[in-house]
Design a protein around this ligand. Structure first.
Ligand code: FAD
Ligand code: UDP
Length: 391
């Protein structure tokens, strides 16, 4: 008899399995229909021996000390600050848009102060910022919006930015300084031996049994359990009673090239050309040294594995109906990006899962309830790894 059947072995399912098993001595069965643990954060060594992320680039960043310390129980870290270039008007320029982006794009030599004035002169100030178009046009005006955001967003979401909530493009800030980092969070690091190794450590406990290649519907009648934690798509759980919730999908095209470096940055975005949105070169993220290099292209799709909830009013209304149903379903707890229909990053999912655990266990969730981690952030030691990380 299991205390919990956990559906999905991604961040949400794995954090809850670990907490319930270790923190509350519960017997847990965690199943996933995929042949591996880790959910969308799964990484593995490909045929060439290069560590790649099967479902696209996953970069860990958080402002939560609690989340970072919790995960530090299962991994050491490699310090990594993510950088992205966008291919615009035949040049590679930093995104988020910063001082260097404007100077390079327009052949100028502005200072921070002058670029602030420049943004003020081109911005179309909105009374109310409602959509993803409003956010960008309000900050940098229509021309930069069209060069960097309009077409990328149309490609990524199959919708115009004016049809998406402001929160989507608001993920990408605008800067008047030369800071070229994609994220500015306090903690920015990659698991030293990869995400999958970290998940293996989380799930390695006698109270946790893992079943892969297994849809929960195949076993829910056969295996006795008291409560369920469900981290799959919420609409599918309820047999699409209120219709399908749109989830955006991607097709990943992985390639290995017989050269040590493929592109000048960890990620290059292509807002205006090609059917793919971006190319990621994994060695920058992982710091691995290898004579070859592996990359992945992301092609957005309407159909396929669900990866992104689509943040817009119509969808929030449908989700609200499913949420009412979910709240009324006793013995099942809905957690994670697909089950709560939230465009959450990994750290937000960890925080959401720790909150759910606190509710289930009656524990008060404060930082002091977590042991201070004894792991450190490890900075790549060899000069070559440093070069990859810095370039
Ligand atoms: P998932 O990882 O989706 O796990 C859910 C699991 O449930 C899946 O493994 C699925 O197979 C399983 N499942 C579903 N239905 C069933 C069923 N019926 N039976 C059995 N199993 C089932 N976040 C960041 O912080 N940084 C990043 O750089 C970043 N990059 C991303 C890039 C891409 C392309 C994508 C798609 C996401 C990215 N994210 C990133 C977000 C990150 O992937 C998620 O926040 C996180 O993985 C969500 O974890 P989860 O457990 O909620 O969901
Ligand atoms: N975006 C864009 N151009 C870019 C980068 C981002 O238009 O060069 C928009 C796009 O709508 C994207 C959103 O901003 O979906 C969020 O970008 P982020 O890089 O956070 O997306 P994710 O890594 O979650 O796919």
């Amino acid at each position: 008899m299991f205390d919990y059947l956990i559906v999905g072995a991604g961040f949400a399912g794995s954090v809850l399995a670990e907490r319930l098993a270790v923190g509350s001595n519960k017997k847990v069965l965690i199943c996933d229909r995929r042949p591996h643990i880790g959910g969308n954060a799964y990484d593995h060594y490909n045929d060439a021996g290069i560590l790649v992320h099967k479902y696209g680039p996953h970069i860990f960043h958080t402002n939560s000390r609690e989340v970072f310390e919790y995960l530090s129980r299962f991994t050491d870290w490699r310090s990594y600050q993510h950088r992205v270039l966008a291919h615009v008007d035949g040049q590679l320029v930093p995104i988020p848009i910063n001082l260097d982006t404007i100077n390079k794009l327009y052949g100028l030599n502005l200072t921070s102060f002058q670029v602030e004035e420049f943004f003020e002169s081109v911005a179309e100030k909105k009374k109310q910022i409602k959509t993803s178009e409003d956010v960008v046009v309000n900050a940098v005006g229509r021309e930069l919006y069209e060069k960097f955001f309009r077409n990328y967003t149309r490609k990524q979401w199959g919708l115009d930015p004016s049809e998406l909530d402001a929160s989507v493009t608001a993920r990408v800030p605008t800067r008047t300084n030369r800071d070229a980092r994609y994220f500015t969070d306090t903690y920015q690091a990659m698991p030293l031996h990869g995400f999958t190794r970290m998940f293996e450590k989380m799930l390695d406990h006698p109270n946790i049994k893992v079943m892969l290649n297994c849809d929960y519907r195949e076993i829910e009648e056969e295996i006795p359990y008291s409560e369920m934690i469900y981290t799959g798509p919420v609409d599918s759980f309820f047999d699409y009673r209120y219709g399908k919730l749109p989830y955006r999908s991607l097709e990943f095209k992985h390639e290995t090239h017989d050269a040590p470096v493929f592109q000048e940055a960890p990620v290059v975005n292509y807002p205006n050309e090609h059917l793919y949105t971006r190319i990621t070169e994994f060695k920058y993220l992982t710091g691995q040294e290898h004579s070859k290099t592996s990359i992945v292209y992301e092609f957005p799709k309407g159909e396929g594995d669900p990866y992104y909830p689509v943040p817009r009013k119509e969808n929030a209304e449908v989700y609200a109906k499913y949420k009412t149903l979910a709240d009324a379903t006793t013995g099942v707890h809905f957690v994670g990006r697909l089950a709560t229909y939230k465009y959450y990053n990994m750290d937000q999912i960890v925080a959401q899962s720790l909150t759910t655990y606190a509710k289930l266990s009656g524990e008060k969730r404060t930082e002091s309830t977590l042991r201070i981690a004894d792991k450190r952030i490890i900075v790549p030691s060899s000069a070559a790894a440093k070069k990859v990380a810095a370039s």
